[in-house]
Design a protein around this ligand. Sequence first.
Ligand SMILES: [Mg+2]
Length: 255
Amino acid sequence: METERFARVRAVFFDLDDTLCGYWDAAKTGLRRTFEAMPLPGLATEEAVLEWAAAFREFCPSLKRSEWYERYLIDGRSTRVELMRRTLLRVGIDDPARAEALADRYGAERRAALRLFPGTREVLEELRARYPLGLITNGPADVQREEVSDLGLEPLFRWVFIEGELGFGKPDQRVFRLAEQASGLSGDELAFVGNSYRHDVRPALEAGWRTVWIRRPSDVPPSADPSAKPEGKPDGAPDADAEIADLRELASLLP
Ligand SMILES: [Mg+2]
């Protein structure tokens, strides 16, 4: 029985983006609205989004190893502007002021479009009556704090660990050690719920925690090429303790 795997759990930690809230959906909506309002010459909205996605795929794999990472930890705007600058360059426009205007519009549109998945608040309220809850989320400090506050999550979580504030994030084991120290719990007393195998499930398994992998068909970033599928598990990698398609399954899975 899956539920027996969780019998000793005393606290539950969650990932934020695309686990509790639809960050990819908000990003897609935000990009579409931005390029509708501020079109790139000669390009339909969807074509402009594809140019942004191509610029993202070039820029982001090296982000964490580049001089951009220190700035990215503090604020999301500098890399947002750089991505728009590179998007414009791809279509032959060298205009830093326009890149800033596009990036600011995109940041505002994405923020306005961000929503919790259906039933999330109810599940968190119910679990919170049973366990202390924590968040472990990657991303810039300002963007992540804004999300937590906009979504009204602060009162629900006893612990919030943000990559931008710590200077490191998942899959780095140090963030799991911090959560263990904060909660005074370890191993099978802790459960982690997340949407990414690489950033959530695998490092939590390596930390000895119980893991729940939430897998939704919509879990594809706007930067992916159009035929991309949601993230899978590498061949031979260990399984999560449970896989769910909807957070509402947690209420019966956990003791
Ligand atoms: Mg996530």
